[in-house]
Structure formats: structure tokens, C-alpha cells
Design a protein around this ligand. Structure first.
Ligand SMILES: *Cc1c(COP(=O)(O)O)cnc(C)c1O
Length: 419
């Protein structure tokens, strides 16, 4: 055992080697923030033998600290997984999965309505490494089935899709991939572990690995959104229920150096206890506004999976309908198609006229946000289920819903007054 440092005479030395001990017998609701790049070993033998991969000890900040280990455990509890890695953003979670599981000659399937930057990763780094990606129709399981080849190693799933909010038949998609032995990875940012259980899609507890259970193999989550809840933290997680799959992801995670900062981990830990309450509040407000907007003459279509005429609504109902005491669960996101008779300029003026909905990317924080999208550049296949028009995506925050409705009303009146 190394001895404690002797009382040094030099102040510089004493400021480094003070006799700090972590507090014993101190218990508080929130865990402490343990910050480390360096972790101190008691002796050389411990330094040589300690194993980072199985979390049996601490070795280096990048391999984890008490703060990140606790966050990993709580996220496993949230999503029903067994293993977790934390990464610096939701996009890094997507990248970690692809780079861990794919090699030259492999194919990855991505839904056409997937989170855009994930598709850019496939067009950029994955293509450069000789990995092919194929886009499939998220609303047609037969299209997914037809695109799986012997080279397909990974299928990305997203429920609902980004921006256009189509809800796929997730269970059928997973069945198709399982039957062909292809690994599935779900971008679970929207569901957040709250709207449905990604490892137990049938809700029968089968996610524990029982025969006949149905669940995804990997859940990637942009903690940036609801788990952080503040619009002020970037982080992601990759959760699994299979030790071998986790180890592949973990090894790539380590070789790429994708660690997270302790203060950010603490911010997410602090926000997690309220994530269910916040999710429900965002959901209720978003549904109120989405229903209300359906009446407006300038709005050709409202895209929100809980609305009966939204694409894939029946699949949303089957998967998420029993949550929240039977009213179903959805995130606080929806899009509208502004009728094609209004041009892009008018739609931009509408967004500029909003006062509470701020122009900004991302979602899941307390402040409501709006983004006008140019859909034509974002989809490779026709979207007959979408009415012609210009798409605007709203993320509903935690403001009073009547204030948000008034804000929408005044901006609609201003931009689309002519009808
Ligand atoms: C925001 C988002 C991401 C990426 O998260 P970042 O932390 O911003 O990188 C990934 N997937 C979905 C569906 C998202 O909405």
C-alpha cells in the first residue's frame, strides 16, 4: 500500500496532496459529482490487474467514474436495458453503433425519415469505410424485408420518424429483422423509455430475454432531449441487453475516446427524476395545440402520431396507447403542413412572427421551439401520405398552453390573414 504523502512544506505541493477523503456517512438525494481523468491506484499490482471493461474497478476517467456509472444504471432502468455506454451527443450514439458493428462490404438499412445527421454519417464516414447504406420505406415492412440482403448487418429503426412523424409498425419491423438474424438499433429519443419499452415491445416482460419476447437489440438515445430537459446539455447513450453486443460497442467507444464530462452527467442525473412528469406535460400541451391547429384553414395537415389521421397512428396506438393510464404517451413534438397555397415566404414570416416559440434546433427543453423544414431535400422517396405544402416542426416546451396557443394564433393571423 502506498503511504499518504508526508506533510509537504511547499504550498504548491500541499495544494495538490491535501488530505481529502471522500465523505463517509454522508447521504443526500443526489449523488456527488466525481471528476477524474486520472484515477489513483493504491499500488502497482492494482494498476496492472484492474479491469475497466467489466466495471469492477475504476481505472481512468474515460472508462467511467462513480458519476457516470450511476447515470448508466439509471438509464438502463429507464429503458429496460442491462448495459449502457455514455457518449458526448445523440449523434455520437448513432456513430458509435455503426462504427462498432459495421465493416467494409457490410450494408446498413436506414428508414427514409431517420434523423438527418445519421444519414449524413452514412453518406460520409460509413461510405468512405466501404459500408453501403440503403434507405427503406418506414411505413412498409415489406419494403424493409425486401431490402435485407446477406450483407445487411444492421437495421436502424426510428419511431416515429424525425420531422414527418410517421409511426412505423415497429413490432413487425423487429420480427422481420429477427427472422433474418439482423441486428436492430432503435433511435429511441422520441419514446425516451417512457412511451414504450424498447426491449419489451409486447409489454409482456419478455424483454428479460425469455423465448418469444420481442425487442430491439440496441437503443440509442439523445439524452440531449428529455433526460437532460434543459436545452443545455449534449449527451447520448447506447443501451443493450446482450453482454457480447455491449462489449463490441464499448470497445469502439473506448478506442474512439467518446467519454462524457462529469458535470454534464450530473446535470442529466439531476433532471432524470422529473423526466416522466415533464414528458407527460410536454405531451399534453403538444396534443392540445396539435388538435387545435387542425381547425385552422392555413393548416393542411397536422403530423402527430396520437392524432387519428396521422400516418401510422394505428401503430402508435398499439405500442403506446396503454401508457399514461390509457391516454397513451407521446413526446411534445409535432409538425404541420402549411397549405400549398401559401408560399415559403409566408411560412417563414409565420415563424418569424412567433414570440414564445423560438427558432432553434433540438427539443426536450422548457422553451418551445419552431423550425421550418424544406422537406424535398430530406426524403429520397415520394411521400403520398403527406399533403402538399410547407412543413413546420414544433417542439412544445413547458410554458402555459394557452399562452402558446395565443402565440400561434397571432402569428397565423399575421402571416396568413388573406386566408
Ligand atoms: C436530436 C436527435 C439526435 C441527436 O442528438 P444530439 O445530442 O443533438 O446529437 C438523434 N436522434 C434524434 C431522433 C434526435 O432527435
Amino acid at each position: 500500500m502506498q503511504q499518504p504523502a508526508p506533510q509537504a512544506s511547499d504550498l504548491a505541493t500541499r495544494l495538490v496532496h491535501h488530505d481529502y477523503l471522500p465523505p463517509a456517512g454522508f447521504v443526500a438525494p443526489q449523488p456527488g459529482v466525481h471528476k477524474a481523468s486520472t484515477v489513483i491506484f493504491p499500488n502497482v499490482a492494482a494498476m496492472r490487474s484492474r479491469e475497466w471493461k467489466d466495471k469492477s474497478g475504476y481505472t481512468y476517467g474515460l472508462h467511467g467514474t462513480p458519476t457516470t456509472f450511476i447515470l448508466e444504471e439509471r438509464l438502463c432502468a429507464l429503458e429496460g436495458g442491462l448495459q449502457c455506454v455514455l457518449v458526448p451527443s445523440g449523434l455520437a450514439a448513432i456513430a458509435n453503433v455503426g462504427l462498432a458493428l459495421l465493416k467494409p462490404g457490410d450494408e446498413v438499412l436506414i428508414p427514409d425519415n431517420a434523423y438527418g445527421p445519421g444519414k449524413d454519417l452514412a453518406l460520409g464516414e460509413l461510405a468512405r469505410f466501404g459500408i453501403r447504406h440503403v434507405l427503406y420505406d418506414p411505413l412498409d415492412p415489406a419494403d424493409l424485408a425486401a431490402r435485407i440482403t446477406p450483407a445487411t448487418r444492421l437495421v436502424w429503426l426510428e419511431a416515429p420518424g424525425s420531422v414527418t412523424m410517421e409511426f412505423p409498425d415497429l413490432c413487425e419491423q423487429v420480427r422481420i429483422c429477427r427472422a433474418r438474424g439482423v441486428t436492430t438499433a432503435l433511435d429511441n429519443t422520441w419514446g425516451a423509455g417512457l412511451a414504450f419499452a424498447p426491449f419489451d415491445l409486447l409489454g409482456d416482460g419478455g424483454g428479460q430475454g425469455r423465448a418469444g419476447s420481442l425487442g430491439v437489440d440496441i437503443s440509442a438515445h439523445a439524452l440531449t432531449k428529455y433526460p437532460s430537459g434543459g436545452g443545455d446539455v449534449l449527451m447520448g447513450s447506447v443501451i443493450t441487453r446482450d453482454a457480447g453486443l455491449h462489449m463490441k460497442i464499448k470497445l469502439t467507444h473506448m478506442r474512439l475516446g467518446l467519454g462524457v464530462g462529469a458535470n454534464d452527467a450530473e446535470a442529466v442525473l439531476r433532471a432524470l427524476p422529473s423526466v416522466g412528469l415533464r414528458y407527460r406535460a410536454h405531451d399534453e400541451a403538444a396534443r392540445t395545440l396539435a388538435h387545435w391547429l387542425q381547425q385552422h384553414p392555413a393548416v393542411a395537415q397536422v403530423l402527430h402520431p396520437a392524432l387519428p389521421d396521422s400516418p401510422g397512428h394505428a401503430h402508435w396506438k398499439a405500442l403506446c396507447g396503454a401508457a399514461q393510464g390509457g391516454q397513451g404517451a407521446a413526446a411534445g413534438l409535432f409538425s404541420v403542413m402549411i397549405d400549398a397555397r401559401h408560399g415559403q415566404e409566408q411560412v417563414d414570416a409565420f415563424c418569424d412572427s412567433l414570440r414564445l416559440f423560438k427558432l432553434g434546433y433540438s427539443w426536450g427543453g422548457p422553451m418551445s421551439l419552431v423550425v421550418p423544414y424544406q422537406l424535398a431535400s430530406m426524403r429520397t422517396r415520394p411521400t403520398p401520405h403527406l399533403r402538399p405544402g410547407t412543413l413546420v416542426r414544433f417542439s412544445v416546451g413547458l410554458e402555459a398552453v394557452q399562452d402558446l396557443q395565443q402565440d400561434l394564433q397571432q402569428a397565423l393571423d399575421r402571416a396568413f390573414a388573406a386566408g
